[in-house]
Ligand binder design. Structure first.
Ligand SMILES: *Cc1c(COP(=O)(O)O)cnc(C)c1O
Length: 225
């Protein structure tokens, strides 16, 4: 077995049934994605629209593409026809744009609300109050082409396990609160997207339903600066 296949198996085997593995393939070549595909992986995450579009064009059409990155509204149109899940929604304006482009594409696009749970200011995301403002708005109520399917967040990048655990626990509490207040009878609101290579086992213990794992599967990334 080569390493992508082995790594993928290792990660997948460590997840309980019912937790979705999003293989984060950003910056990695299509050959590596093909290898993961041959090993059975069907869900891949990218953080740049252009890169995701190119990979979508070149790779098998039964792949589910998840947009996990910070998203500019003017890029939404390029992926509206095929994206399976948008993880990082953090404004009403972005949700409105996704709704508009999804309507044009004749689709309903599932989205996750991204929350700011980490210490770092650099990480994006909503507060619970901001999420309530979105969900209470008339604009949101009129939307027919997006479906809010859950929440997403990133923990602080630290070795302090207790801190990471607290942050994930906080996100799970946000999920439970929104579920209770806005989606009590909706089976569609179900995802807690949390956990990356360094912390996905903690995330799963704290109630993650979806982990986004890149470097543990495909190896460390190199960025051209
Ligand atoms: C890159 C990225 C990941 C994967 O990170 P790894 O540490 O390589 O597993 C997960 N989530 C988001 C939002 C990312 O941008």
């Amino acid at each position: 077995m080569s390493s992508v296949t082995e790594n993928l198996k290792h990660v997948a085997d460590s997840l309980p049934a019912g937790v979705t593995l999003v293989a984060v393939s950003k910056t990695k070549p299509v050959e590596m994605i093909e290898e993961a595909y041959r090993a059975g992986q069907r869900v891949f995450g990218e953080n740049k629209v252009q890169e995701m579009v190119e990979k979508h064009e070149r790779l098998p059409k039964d792949i589910e593409w998840h947009m996990i990155g910070h998203l500019q509204t003017n890029k939404v149109k390029y992926m509206a026809s095929f994206v399976s899940l948008v993880h990082g929604v953090e404004s009403l304006h972005l949700l409105e744009t996704i709704n508009k482009e999804a309507l044009k594409a004749g689709r309903v696009i599932p989205c996750l609300l991204q929350f700011h749970i980490a210490l770092e200011d650099t990480k994006f995301g909503l507060t619970l109050d901001e999420a309530r403002e979105i969900l209470d708005s008339e604009a949101y109520r009129q939307m027919r082409n997006v479906r809010v399917a859950g929440v997403m967040g990133m923990a602080t990048n630290t070795d302090d396990e207790a801190r990471i655990r607290r942050e994930f626990r906080h996100l799970k509490e946000i999920f439970d609160t929104l579920k209770r207040d806005y989606f009590p009878s909706s089976p569609d609101f179900k995802e807690v997207s949390m956990g990356m290579s360094g912390d996905y086992l903690i995330a799963v213990q704290e109630g993650s339903t979806m982990v986004r794992v890149g470097s543990s599967i495909f190896g460390a990334r190199q960025y051209n600066v």
